[in-house]
Design a protein around this ligand. Structure first.
Ligand SMILES: Nc1ncnc2c1ncn2[C@@H]1O[C@H](COP(=O)(O)OP(=O)(O)O)[C@@H](O)[C@H]1O
Ligand SMILES: [Mg+2]
Length: 287
């Protein structure tokens, strides 16, 4: 066991796009370092506008993208050493993804309960007591649903918010230590976002799960995160305790974050987005 749940050490990712003669190199992530403490579950928000490298960084943490530079350790193990085999499966237990569009996370032709039972079967601990039905129902209840509500239903029969809850339940069935949620509420009605992000708080507090919450939604980021990391053009331009970043904002995004946090209706209107602010830095963006 390592003291660090996650150790991201000077990680970079460069993509090459285009043909042999017109190859173009895109540095999506540059020299990013941060840690998550194993003993203290927290919600870390990674904020940045579109194209700032958030998804690429998330995919490296999930070990579905390989870094060009640097390395990532999960529980002391270098992710480069567990790309395949049983150790990869063990890693997938512990680190679960939640994606932006819940409708893309599920095959439209497959019943949701089938997914949940399949996940339950492949990840269930050998000593788990009770029936699979009880285990799945218990997990669905943690996200405010029940097996009765989901049983025999197909993805399109649920709302985006409900389906994202099912995706979270599926992640929980693996009994993870870390959830990496990439823009998990951006396709969900503003009125339902609070319920989903509140759920992340419950997972942190009641189940001790750390959460990396990737978003460009300043209001929800402020609302739930312990720590904030702001990315621009692949780099971390500011990071720290959420309150500190708000108190002494150095970067234009952080100042916008403060404005969002100061809005009195913050909890009621979580549709405040970075795009809605007059971004003074957009001219610096890579094209
Ligand atoms: N597979 C890829 N091939 C080439 N370029 C990519 C690929 N994935 C991402 N990029 C580029 O890397 C940059 C960062 O993208 P991304 O990580 O998706 O940012 P974000 O999630 O913050 O919007 C963008 O310029 C994007 O076009
Ligand atoms: Mg993205």
């Amino acid at each position: 066991m390592s003291d660090l749940l996650l150790d991201v050490c000077r990680v970079g990712k460069t993509f090459t796009r285009g043909g042999l003669l017109s190859a173009q190199r895109i540095a999506a992530v540059k020299d990013v370092s941060f840690q998550l403490d194993a003993a203290r579950p927290e919600i870390l928000a990674i904020i940045g506008e579109s194209g700032s490298g958030k998804t690429t960084l998330s995919r490296m943490i999930l070990n579905i993208e390989t870094p060009t530079n640097g390395k990532l350790l999960f529980d002391g193990v270098d992710l480069a050493t567990i790309r395949a085999g049983p150790r990869r499966l063990a890693f997938m237990h512990k680190v679960q993804p939640i994606f932006q569009n819940p409708f893309e996370s599920f095959n439209p032709l497959k019943r949701l309960d089938r997914y949940l039972f399949m996940t339950q079967r492949s990840f269930a601990a050998a000593d788990r007591r009770g029936t699979p039905e009880m285990a799945v129902d218990e997990t669905l209840r943690k996200v405010g649903l029940s097996l009765g509500e989901v049983s025999r239903r197909y993805p399109h029969e649920l709302s985006g918010g409900q389906l994202q809850r099912v995706a979270i339940a599926r992640a929980l069935l693996a009994n993870p230590k870390l959830i990496v949620a990439d823009e998990p509420v951006s396709m969900i009605d503003a009125s339902l976002r609070v319920a989903i992000v509140n759920l992340f708080k419950t997972l942190r507090d009641d189940l001790g799960i750390s959460i990396i919450y990737v978003t460009h939604d300043l209001a929800t980021a402020y609302y739930i995160s312990d720590r904030i990391m702001i990315m621009q053009n692949g780099r971390v331009v500011e990071s720290g305790d959420a309150k500190t970043v708000l108190r002494t904002p150095q970067h234009p995004y952080s100042r916008q974050l403060r404005e969002a946090a100061l809005l009195p209706e913050i909890a009621a209107d979580l549709s405040v987005r970075m795009d809605d602010f007059n971004s003074s830095t957009s001219s610096e963006r890579q094209i």
